[in-house]
Design a protein around this ligand. Structure first.
Ligand SMILES: C[S@@+](CC[C@H](N)C(=O)[O-])C[C@H]1O[C@@H](n2cnc3c(N)ncnc32)[C@H](O)[C@@H]1O
Length: 313
């Protein structure tokens, strides 16, 4: 009788280009031990959750021995249709295997378009004769890269892409109507997105004015003042509290907590921005808020997006 040696199952984390240090720090914060690392790919033994600073997380990576390029392509096709490759070695051989797989048409998406329903696998050629592969990943987009059909005319800044991504991927159910508040709103990209979502009223708050053509969309009440002086009681029920303010995470957390304490906000989505160093201490305090999540959107830079849905009123 032949006994197969049980192979180790890994969780693979692909670090975001230039944010490898953030992912490495996150491993420490979460007490995860990296077993192997090649380029931006980190392997941790066992099953673990998605991490904030991973561009894509590959769950349950399986080791597959192969005898040839055709064998590699065949083994992947047996396991699923769509595969995204990240090469760490034997690059040409890996590309030839990829060429033997169904072509993926990675299209740009309109805002709030339904996400692809076919899973997007992740694979790498770890050694000349060994692939690591899984169909179970954290994103339906190849290596987590989601691109939109950008609007190059209306939005006054590219910051709108963060809110497009958020509402497309993490809050597609967001209902139209109701009230939203956008703090740190100048020049008006997020306010424009909130108007696209057809909120009945959008409060837009910044120390600097938003662009007139955004104001002209109507149903926007602009307040030229510091968001940190706002009285939550002055607004009534708020469906979405949105913040893209440039400030220390601690100040944002205080502001969020004041609005939470008022009990008038249903949903929050806020960008936590960092200076030179990622402020883990404050980031973890955000995560202590029950039911909330932090993600690094494809359109985030050295910042992350914290959100909390379906609270209070
Ligand atoms: C990244 S920009 C926001 C871009 C905006 N979300 C958009 O889509 O166009 C950050 C904004 O935070 C604003 N800001 C900084 N401190 C603020 C404060 N205390 N109160 C309100 N806004 C503030 C800045 O004036 C700046 O316009």
């Amino acid at each position: 009788m032949v006994y197969r040696v049980p192979m180790t199952i890994y969780t693979g984390y692909l670090a975001i280009h230039k944010f490898e240090k953030e992912l490495e720090r996150e491993f420490e914060v979460r007490a995860l031990t990296v077993a192997h690392k090649r380029d931006r790919l980190y392997l941790v033994e066992g099953s673990h959750p998605q991490l904030i600073w991973a561009q894509v997380t590959a769950f349950g990576l399986e080791s597959i021995k192969i005898t040839s390029i055709n064998d590699g392509a065949r083994r992947l096709k047996e396991r699923g249709r769509n595969w995204a490759l990240y090469t760490v070695t034997n690059h040409r051989r890996a590309e030839l295997i990829q060429e033997g797989l169904p072509k993926i048409k990675q299209r740009t998406l309109p805002f709030r378009h339904q996400l692809p329903s076919v899973p997007m696998g992740f694979w790498t050629l770890w050694e000349e004769d060994e692939m690591l592969a899984t169909q179970e990943t954290s994103s339906p987009f190849g290596l987590g890269a989601m691109e939109f059909d950008e609007d190059k005319v209306m939005p006054p800044s590219r910051a709108y892409l963060k809110l497009w991504e958020f509402f497309t991927v993490y809050a597609p159910e967001a209902i139209r109507g109701g009230t939203a508040i956008d703090v740190g709103s100048c020049p008006g990209g997020w306010t424009w997105v909130l108007r696209m979502l057809e909120f009945d009223r959008v409060y837009s708050v910044d120390k600097a004015p938003i662009e007139k053509r955004i104001m002209d969309l109507g149903n926007i009440e602009f307040r030229q003042e510091s968001a940190f002086g706002l009285d939550p009681g002055a607004f009534g029920p708020i469906d979405w509290f949105c913040s893209d303010i440039i400030c220390y995470p601690e100040r944002l957390l205080n502001l969020v907590n004041r609005f939470r304490a008022a009990g008038t906000v249903k949903n929050f989505v806020c960008t936590i921005k960092y200076q030179a160093e990622t402020d883990w201490e404050e980031t973890l305090k955000f995560l202590e808020i029950p039911g909330s999540r932090i993600v690094h959107l494809h359109h985030n830079k050295h910042e992350v997006t914290w959100f909390l849905k379906g609270t209070n009123p």
